[in-house]
Ligand binder design. Structure first.
Ligand code: ADP
Ligand code: MG
Length: 298
């Protein structure tokens, strides 16, 4: 099957897009390769609204649709990832909060998303809102999530991928996510001030690397909400590629109404409108993530 290059998604003409969509609908793709080891990826950027949650849930859904087991840990008290994956996160539901306190295991808090049998989510409830402050006085406050994500605990769910969706801050919850992961995935919005704050994020990652988690790397940068009609989007894209090279995925996620509508239906865009441009670009991004993780050049 010939496929257009992911890099060209944002620039497709409507006819080319339609043709590619028809091809993909007719020929469901083969499973994605499994990673060489279980990948734990923290999705972080202290700016709000850059596409952390959207990228987490859609990459996770795309990988699960292609045969990989995926666990999403919702570490944002707003619980947007839980909403998009359609899992219960009312106050009182066993959640990541109880997991951080050591009261329940990861497997006990995890729920299966109705969007795939291979997709699991540890939800965030509003109880997590106090955790940032409560954690301060707790023993091992930076590594509570890491403790909960021990090999034994993860083996119960046996995910190939774990994505941790961070809140829009660099507080203790985000530090816990960085200590628990090997990789950071940074979504960058193709917008004004996109790079502002990035050096602060990178400095914090370096601090975590030198004091708490030597294994941590920024493995993946994803450009989101690209609007092909603006010159600015191209400027941001080339600046980010210039700075970060191959860390940046070739696929760029376009701004798309379907992507923003999907959470309102408790769905990822892959479930809400699988043939849409937004869904296809997240699928392309997930394919890149999977092939890189399996050590295969595309
Ligand atoms: P974050 O988790 O970083 O705060 P979100 O993923 O919640 O950001 O995205 C912020 C808002 O932008 C949400 O309303 C989301 O639906 C919307 N959004 C995200 N990605 C896109 C996109 N590619 N096209 C259109 N809207 C998007
Ligand atoms: Mg979010």
């Amino acid at each position: 099957m010939t496929q257009p290059s992911p890099a060209s998604v944002a620039g497709w003409t409507p006819i080319a897009e339609e043709a590619a969509r028809a091809t993909r609908m007719k020929h469901p793709e083969a499973p994605f390769p499994r990673p060489t080891h279980r990948r734990v990826m923290t999705v972080a950027n202290q700016k709000g609204g850059v596409g952390k949650t959207t990228s987490t849930v859609n990459l996770a859904a795309a990988l699960a649709m292609h045969g990989l087991r995926v666990l999403v840990i919702d570490l944002d008290p707003q619980g947007n990832a839980s909403t998009a994956l359609g899992v219960d996160h009312r106050s009182g539901t066993p959640s990541v909060y109880e997991v951080l306190l050591g009261e329940v295991t990861l497997a006990d808090a995890a729920q299966t998303s109705d969007q795939s049998d291979l997709l699991f989510c540890v939800p965030a409830t509003i109880d997590l809102a106090g955790a940032e402050i409560e954690l301060v006085s707790m023993a091992g406050r930076e590594s509570r999530l890491k403790e909960a994500l021990s090999d034994e605990a993860l083996d119960q769910l046996n995910p190939d991928y774990v994505f941790i969706d961070c809140p829009p801050s660099l507080g203790l919850l985000t530090v816990n996510a960085m200590v628990a992961a090997q990789e950071v995935l940074i979504p960058i919005q193709c917008e004004y001030y996109a790079l502002e704050g990035l050096s602060q994020l990178l400095r914090n990652i370096e601090l975590v690397q030198s004091h708490l988690n030597r294994a941590l790397t920024v493995s993946t940068i994803l450009l989101t909400m690209y609007d092909g009609r603006t010159k600015l989007a191209d400027q941001v894209t080339s600046e980010v590629r210039h700075h970060f090279g191959d860390t940046v995925l070739k696929t760029v996620i376009p701004r798309s109404v379907k992507v923003s509508e999907a959470p309102g239906y408790g769905q990822t865009v892959l479930a809400y409108d699988p043939g849409s441009r937004g869904a296809m670009s997240y699928l392309d991004a997930a394919r890149e993530v999977a092939f890189r993780g399996a050590g295969v050049e595309q």
